[in-house]
Design a protein around this ligand. Structure first.
Ligand code: ZN
Length: 263
């Protein structure tokens, strides 16, 4: 399951990435487009899987992945889904199968075979495979930034935090700075690619190191405490998570700095 985690200065706000016009970008710009009827489709499949309670809100997009990829992330009470745009002309049953696969993973339900099969057959077909290889030749992966910033080295910071708080036992995920500054999000952990990203805006001499350390520590706790299901809802910041978070030596000071930065 891919649940994007974030930290937003104590207030659980929707992370809004700053939409500054891009100046120089070396990577190809990737554009997503909404899947028509995507949200109701997911709600139907949610009910069919036997998840009770009110379905969450869904946002469903096609995205030009370099392969036949499906992703799902949780952003607060919103499930954010991306289908490979290879599915753009696929029959409805294929899309429903894709939805069943994703939701069964998130809610740990067994998806009925009859529901999933159209997608699996579609994915395995020779026609789909040859389309993927044709398309692959035309796409480049997104550039990612490394852990060494101008001001702070996240790799070094990770090693120190790991020693101090995790007895060196936490396996290191990919770590980097966001390629662009975000407005309302200091960091996030995405278990899909197993990657922690910190807001590039924090890589600045005016930002106290303790604030950066705290954000990284918070995301490291997400690596340690994966999002779990409780009934049909998902828990990212469990009581254990919150208790462990307070072990951070300068917890109160770091929170104050972040609150100030968030203004
Ligand atoms: Zn978090």
């Amino acid at each position: 399951m891919n649940a994007a985690k974030r930290i937003a200065s104590g207030k659980e706000r929707t992370p809004v990435k700053q939409s500054t016009p891009t100046k120089k970008r070396t990577t190809t710009r990737r554009v997503s487009s909404p899947v028509p009827g995507g949200a109701p489709l997911f709600q139907r499949v949610f009910t069919r899987l036997g998840c009770d309670g009110r379905p969450p809100r869904f946002r469903v997009e096609y995205y030009p992945y370099a392969s036949l990829v499906l992703t799902i992330r949780r952003r607060e009470d919103l499930l954010f889904v991306r289908f490979s745009d290879l599915l753009q002309h696929a029959p409805l049953a294929v899309l429903e199968g894709a939805a069943a696969l994703l939701l069964s993973r998130v809610y740990r339900r067994k998806a009925p075979r009859v529901l999933v099969e159209p997608y699996l057959n579609y994915a395995r077909s020779d026609r789909t495979r040859s389309r993927i290889s044709r398309m692959r030749r035309g796409r480049v992966p997104l550039a990612s930034t490394g852990p060494q910033g101008r001001q702070f080295d996240l790799e070094k910071m990770f090693a120190q935090l790991n020693e101090t708080y995790f007895a060196g036992a936490l396996e290191r995920p990919h770590i980097g700075w966001s390629t662009r500054p975000w407005r309302r999000q200091f960091g996030c952990y995405d278990p899909g690619p197993n990657q922690i990203l910190l807001n590039r805006r924090m890589d600045h001499p005016a930002v106290p190191q303790v604030a950066v350390e705290y954000v990284l520590y918070h995301e490291m706790l997400h690596v340690k405490h994966p999002t779990r299901r409780s009934g049909c809802s998902l828990v990212s910041h469990s009581a254990e998570f919150r208790a462990e978070e307070k072990r951070f030596a300068e917890f109160a000071r770091a929170r104050r700095v972040l609150d100030h930065l968030a203004r």
